[in-house]
Ligand binder design. Structure first.
Ligand code: IVH
Length: 676
């Protein structure tokens, strides 16, 4: 059939383009054309569910369905490496290898030690079949769905390049610095806790239960170990070069060397140069290159004798603390910053370091004028790790006491129970908080007013005509035309975009308000339950906490927000401007309580709707989509190829299995009699 042929053609073509883009850095066609092909394929696949393929390029976008990770026992245990921090031990390793090989010549492959989390990928007949985390080395989590979203991991290998029918390749999943910075910026805006370093971010992401989240976060993967019964060469280095030709991302910074001096050269070079890499590294790995020699050297209980990791020292410097200043973030969180005598650290001059929070300062027993030790480890921001005690004298400067008033607006600071941070509670009049809220309001997942950016918001705020989100709706073309070089055409565009945002659905308006702890999901839940702004504003603490997934913290925050007269006034202005303050007729009509109180697991592949659509349908009818089967599961909505372990568990617990058609009937039957 013509369409099936086209699907096959598009899949192959998109895999090829993707490979050239992510592995060879060659962009053959413009992004829009790539997207157009991808969309064409998505449409065709939606029409032909019978040819569903988990390795199709379309699957890289992930599903926002919850994944349940199955535990998989590794075919070959995933050992870790012996670590060393000093050169002497590198020399001892070299000597042990030399003696172990009884004078035979050998080569050492020097590699970067990537700082992410290790992954094992399995390929059969040129296709990715499974991706497993290291876990405890013996067994790990099956994270295949998540790994499929990583663009540099090939899903289908090109034909005719000589890959073995079956092999395993191991490597590291990483979050590049650029993705990490963007992610943290976004989290800061959403009042979510920040990731300390790219490794934590990569690990949190790979273990996310939603592949769509993983897809968004832009992970990367470098592979460094090829295993299997029929790998092409005896040389580890040579095998990896072959793997590169099969489409894997292999570091180009590996070197084969013979002498200890060459090893030291490699270490010295990368200790400096690694700072220019797009991903985090924390050392180098040395491996005996020949697999035959590796086997003859063997292993200890924990790690191979043929490899060692040399870890770079987290660089430290000692300097003098001059002053502590305080920054107020968009969420009102107040961060103490140490201002120090400038000092060289990891190739940059450092004069400021974070002091985290009040408890951290107290624990350090910090005084102005103290000599302090500053470190720049895997973290981006340098931090003070200790007071350099050898310099402490009888006359120490004044002890550092956390401020009690906001440096931006003078309000008295507060600490919320169970939180380390100190906050400025003046969220309606403290400038950085106001600007932050406006930026949140216009952001993509909120009102999506994309012709306005943070700089523009800042400008409007400073000029004084935008002091809150309602002011945006009063902006006129004349007011912004010519301002800071804004031309009339873009002025019109901005005003139109603001006007268009009045059509954004209620649940997103609710999210856009920036009520503390009310993220995208809670906003949806609240919108669905209360249906209008007025009903939500009138809801008591009790009514709020009774809503599934709404805890006391969110409930209290919602109550306080609606009780604040400034917010009440703001809402009235937004209402007058025509923003959506209730679920639309359409959404309401589509809703029912048919599945109320039911916990439903989705499993398998479906013909009529995507998994995401089924999830939305479940929610629309008052049910809850849960990821794993338990005694409380009401039923399983099962498509084709339901996972065997899920099936077994369901049978054991006697949980009903509902087919796609039965389910559709279940919700169709009842249209109109729900009373909504
Ligand atoms: S080889 C038996 N090579 O470091 C050899 N590991 O403790 C197995 N890592 O768990 C590992 N970069 O997650 C190897 N170029 C590299 C590496 C590397 C990072 C990680 C890996 C492993 C840990 C070693």
């Amino acid at each position: 059939m013509e369409e099936i042929n086209r699907i096959n053609f598009l899949r192959a073509e998109l895999h090829r383009l993707n490979h050239n883009y992510y592995i060879n850095n060659v962009s053959e066609i413009p992004d829009q054309e790539f997207d157009a092909l991808m969309h064409e394929l998505m449409d065709l696949e939606a029409r032909h569910p019978e040819v569903f393929d988990p390795n199709s390029p379309t699957q890289r976008v992930g599903s926002d369905l919850s994944n349940e990770f199955e535990t998989v026992v590794h075919k070959r245990p995933m050992l870790s490496l012996a670590n060393t921090y000093n050169r002497q031990e590198v020399a001892e390793f070299y000597e042990r290898v030399r003696q172990g090989l009884q004078g035979e010549e050998f080569e050492i492959c020097c590699e970067l030690k990537f700082d992410g989390l290790s992954i094992s990928l399995h390929y059969e007949h040129g296709k990715l079949v499974r991706a497993v985390t290291r876990g405890d080395g013996v067994q790990g989590d099956d994270v295949t769905a998540n790994v499929r979203t990583i663009r540099s991991v090939p899903l289908v290998l090109p034909e005719g390049v000589g890959w073995p029918e079956e092999f395993e390749i191991r490597g590291e999943v990483l979050m590049p610095w650029a993705s990490f910075d963007a992610l943290n910026a976004e989290r800061e805006r959403r009042e979510e806790p920040l990731f300390a370093n790219p490794r934590n971010a990569a690990s949190g992401t790979l273990k996310s239960k939603q592949a769509a989240v993983v897809a968004e976060r832009r992970l990367d993967a470098y592979l460094y170990y090829l295993l299997g019964d029929s790998v092409p060469c005896d040389g580890h280095y040579e095998n990896l070069q072959a793997a590169r030709s099969w489409g894997f991302q292999i570091s180009r910074d590996m070197r084969k060397v013979k002498t200890l001096e060459e090893i030291y050269e490699y270490i010295d070079y990368w200790d400096i140069e690694r700072k220019n890499l797009p991903v985090a590294t924390d050392g180098i790995v040395l491996k005996v290159n020949s697999q035959r020699q590796q086997r003859s050297l063997g292993m200890t209980a924990k790690s191979p004798r043929w490899a060692i990791a040399y870890k770079f020292q987290a660089e430290q410097a000692s300097t003098i603390l001059r002053e502590v200043t305080y920054q107020v973030g968009r969420t009102g969180a107040v961060t103490p910053v140490a201002n120090m005598e400038p000092v060289q650290l990891s190739g940059t001059t450092v004069k400021r370091a974070t002091l985290n929070n009040a408890d951290f300062i107290r624990a350090l027993d910090l005084h102005i004028g103290d000599h302090v030790l500053v470190e720049k480890g895997g973290e981006i921001i340098p931090k003070i790790t200790a007071v350099d005690e050898q310099y402490i004298t009888a006359e120490r400067g004044p002890r550092v006491e956390f401020i009690t008033r906001c440096p931006e607006c003078g309000a008295e600071l507060v600490r919320y129970e169970g939180e380390a941070a100190t906050y400025c509670p003046n969220d309606t009049a403290c400038p950085p908080q106001i600007k932050g809220r406006i930026e949140h309001f216009i952001s993509r997942k909120a009102m999506n007013i994309d012709s306005l950016g943070p700089e523009t918001v800042d400008d409007y705020y400073r000029q004084g005509f935008v002091r809150n989100v309602a002011d945006l709706y009063d902006i006129t073309i004349d007011q912004i035309n010519g301002r800071d070089g804004t031309r009339e055409k873009s002025a019109r565009k901005i005003v139109q975009a603001i006007k268009d945002s009045t059509q954004v659905p209620f649940e997103r308006v609710l999210f856009a308000l920036g009520i503390r702890f009310v993220g995208e999901t809670s906003a949806k839940v609240l919108a669905r339950r209360f249906k209008s702004m007025d009903a939500l504003a009138a809801a008591s603490l009790d009514e709020l906490t009774q809503v599934d997934t709404i805890g006391p913290q969110i409930a209290q925050s919602v109550r306080s927000w609606f009780e604040n007269p400034d917010n009440v006034f703001l809402l009235e202005r937004l209402r007058a401007r025509g923003l959506q303050f209730a679920l639309s007729e359409e959404t309401l009509a589509a809703q029912s309580d048919r599945l109320a109180g039911q916990s439903i697991v989705i499993s398998g592949v479906f013909a009529h709707h995507s998994r995401d659509e089924y999830k939305a349908l479940i929610e629309q009818h008052g049910g809850k989509n849960v990821s794993s089967i338990s005694a409380r599961t009401s039923f399983i909505l099962a498509g084709e190829n339901m996972g065997p372990s899920k099936l077994e568990k369901a049978q054991k617990l006697g949980i009903r299995i509902v087919s796609e058609d039965e389910f559709l009937e279940m919700i169709a039957n009842q249209t109109g009699d729900s009373g909504n």
